[in-house]
Ligand binder design. Structure first.
Ligand code: DHB
Length: 391
């Protein structure tokens, strides 16, 4: 027996994009159902990036005190770019009068899930979408946590189901169709129990490759170093991990402590060829992926959602399709700016395996151009803190 649920908007994927969308729709009186194949615990414990743009924090403020970004997170007014053993501060406040907040994505998810459940949102974990049937009344064909057939019939379906999106096929005609780029490196990420080695994030270009010194709290730190894409997380002893990190951040003595989590992050740039077809639209990683340098992924997802929420309000409350028709073009402008920024930060800071001496010196010239130019610093600061939201 198939269980069928009817609603106005079916949202596939309970990441930041899907959950925030359900909140913005509810604010407009539009009912939705959100499903995710993962358990609540898995969603709340998966370690992801930690930087929120100012506009993201402001949008999260609309869920009220449930958003702890400002209370538990930390405001950062700059970052350091390090190369040739010297640090150069990019002062966001001085350059663009904006800031970012260091607040990990899984904490954002805890806040959003708590707020949505408290608001009575129909939010179902362990429900796996198998395909979307596009049409006047699109349907999500899924299986519930017990493997029983489950369907959602809606007026609109949103695919916020991440980089391995099932919804994408209903929009682009295939699960892969898009603009795509791979990179010859990845990040080895660690979480460790130690005091911070720096007050602000350090993005370091060194002859041994890139490293990023980030933080989580007074007692837990997050750091990354460039590695080969096929690196096994067990390939390094703890002492070797500290060596790898330390040699890429000359000039700062890293405060060491037990490493309790390791992961390897693959790099991809991707934008789906189509972002909306008929009554199905894609947001977040289902629509696009960026390499992690610059932490644009979640922020871009949130920016999509803001535009789509407005378009769905116009469609479902006023029968007005204009904003929805404009959705792909509106969000594409920001998506491609973020693609450029993430690609640029990545290529400027990493050591490509086939780089020549010329390439390496040119890269240092590029870094020097950025830190020694008001315009260079302002571009980095503006892109890092986030362009103003489109609508
Ligand atoms: C973090 C991740 C990023 O990709 C980045 O650019 C900055 C910070 C982080 O996880 O803290």
């Amino acid at each position: 027996m198939t269980t069928t649920v009817r609603t106005r908007v079916a949202i596939v994927g309970a990441g930041p994009a899907g959950l925030l969308l359900s909140h913005l729709l509810e604010q407009a009186g539009i009912e939705s159902v959100v499903i995710d194949q993962r358990s609540r615990d898995e969603i709340e414990s998966t370690i992801r990036a930690g930087i929120l743009e100012q506009g993201t924090v402001e949008l999260l403020d609309t869920i009220g005190p449930a958003s702890r970004a400002r209370t538990v997170g930390h405001r950062h007014d700059g970052i350091e770019l390090r190369f040739e053993g010297e640090g150069h501060r990019i002062d966001f406040a001085a350059s663009v009068g904006r800031a970012v907040w260091l607040y990990p994505q899984h904490e954002v998810l805890k806040d959003l899930i708590a707020a949505r459940l408290a608001a009575g949102q129909d939010l179902r974990f362990g429900v796996t979408a198998e395909r979307i049937e596009n049409g006047d009344r699109p349907r999500v064909i899924a299986r519930d946590a017990d493997g029983a057939p489950f369907e959602i019939e809606a007026e609109f379906v949103v695919g916020s189901d991440g980089s391995r999106s099932v919804a994408r096929a209903a929009v682009t005609g295939s699960s892969t169709g898009g603009y795509f780029r791979e990179y010859p490196f990845a990040w080895f990420g660690v979480l460790c129990e130690a005091p911070p080695s720096s007050d602000e994030l350090i993005y370091s270009n060194s002859p041994d490759g890139f490293a990023l010194v980030s933080q989580r709290s007074a007692t837990v730190q997050r750091m990354y170093f460039q590695c080969a894409p096929d690196t096994d997380t067990a390939a390094y002893s703890e002492a070797q991990l500290w060596d790898e990190l330390q040699k890429r951040v000359p000039g700062t003595e890293l405060k060491q402590g037990p490493i309790f989590q390791r992961d390897v992050l693959r790099f991809r740039s991707f934008v789906a060829h189509e972002l909306r077809r008929g009554r199905v639209a894609l947001v977040g990683d289902a629509a696009h992926t960026v390499p992690p340098t610059g932490a644009k992924g979640m922020n871009l997802a949130i920016a999509d959602v803001r535009v789509l929420a407005k378009a769905l309000r116009a469609l479902l409350l006023d029968g007005e399709e204009r904003l929805l028709d404009a959705y792909p073009e509106t969000v594409s402008r920001r998506i491609w700016k973020a693609q450029h920024f993430s690609w640029w930060m990545t290529s400027m800071l990493h050591a490509a395996p086939d780089a020549t001496d010329f390439d390496r010196r040119r890269q240092l010239g590029e870094l020097r151009t950025v830190v020694e130019s008001e315009h260079g610093r302002a571009y980095l600061a503006e892109a890092y803190c986030g362009w103003p939201l489109d609508v």
